[in-house]
Design a protein around this ligand. Sequence first.
Ligand SMILES: Cc1cc2nc3c(=O)[nH]c(=O)nc-3n(C[C@H](O)[C@H](O)[C@H](O)COP(=O)(O)O)c2cc1C
Length: 251
Amino acid sequence: MALTKLVKTPLSPSLRLKVLNILIRFCPPIFKSMRRLLHRSRIGTFVEYTFAGLIEQELDPSPFEQFERWFQQVVSADVHLPNAMTLATSTKEGIPSARIVLLKDFDTHGFVFYTNYDSSKAKELAENPNASLVFFWKELGRQVRIKGTISKVSDEKSDRYFQSRPIESRLAAVASKQSEIIPNRKVLEDRFEQLTNEYRDKEIPKPPNWGGYCLSPNTIEFWQGRPNRLHDRLRYTRQPDGEWQIERLSP
Ligand SMILES: Cc1cc2nc3c(=O)[nH]c(=O)nc-3n(C[C@H](O)[C@H](O)[C@H](O)COP(=O)(O)O)c2cc1C
């Protein structure tokens, strides 16, 4: 009862966390219920965004240039894994699935990542090429949402990228039947060791079932967190003539 009251008091979220942490340290018997409350209070914490805004006059007419500009700023801000993005795909029946992949290249054709062509995502893309990407750069209060269609990149491009990877990553790509069920970890490690011996001093060829996909966008939305939840959302939509229309969306 008293604990519930504490969590509901109008203390600032950070002060509330400090008080809860002290209580947890000195009241071990009630540790479990306190931890639950602390967890709830963390989820309830509100983040206030204090970043500069995104206004129409400063946007680049090309979403690719705008993305490049934001990406550079994210890299300069030392964001951890700035190229990590959520890739959402779906079956032809519309059952969705999402996972993180790494952006490896982008230009006016689209956004490129590499994966296994027999994986679950690849099976979904084969039956439904519509997909979506999301970047979240919390350090700058930014999100970019991209929708479009996906196709494989050329074998030459995949080959070039494969050969640029560290040896261990190349071997792992050969060893892994991505998304398949395996009986235990040892199977994977044994296969890796076997391949390490097999390809000692030899070039590791790119497996035919491994390569890149490029998402060619039809919409790209740039989201900038602003004070009082009055966030900026600016969306580029590709027009039939190839031009990009820019619209502001309500947050
Ligand atoms: C930070 C991070 C980066 C990842 N990068 C890739 C990647 O570039 N390519 C990839 O196939 N999987 C990557 N994965 C693993 C995927 O999230 C996923 O587990 C895997 O691709 C299998 O997905 P699927 O079964 O839906 O095909 C990454 C995971 C994390 C957490």
